[in-house]
Design a protein around this ligand. Sequence first.
Ligand code: ZN
Length: 161
Amino acid sequence: MKVEKNKVAYFHYTLTAVDGDFSETSAKSEPVAFLVGHGNIMPALEAALSGAEAGDEVEVTLEPRDAYGERRPNAIQRVPIKHLMSSKNKLAPGNVVKINTAEGVRDATVVKVGRFNVDVDTNHPLAGKTLKFQLRITEVRDASAEEIAHGHAHGAGGHHH
Ligand code: ZN
């Protein structure tokens, strides 16, 4: 069975930034599940997986515009420490914290810590990075009518209600 619209595909991934300062893998957890054709993962990643089958390995390199976007230069914000959603012991430059913004909760990187305020970079930590994904499809199955109606995969690796 191939990865195509209205199938549920499961995959393991290793993600590395080509500049070498980030890497992440799903190897120690369950595979990621997604409903194909419903915008659940990055379009460029979905395009790369399209037509693959269980057991296939796919490698794809995404430019920033196809991944987390370019870095915005004026994205440093001064935020009162009490407005941060993270515990105080994470407040060191380079650490990622969660902040409330008009667009909802998002990750930001601590740039500078003051007594009452902290300067954070609200670019996504992977913004501006070219990312290499090494993917291995572990399973492809038909989606249920309920999954298609909801627009996401259910069960292990997917959405839990
Ligand atoms: Zn659902």
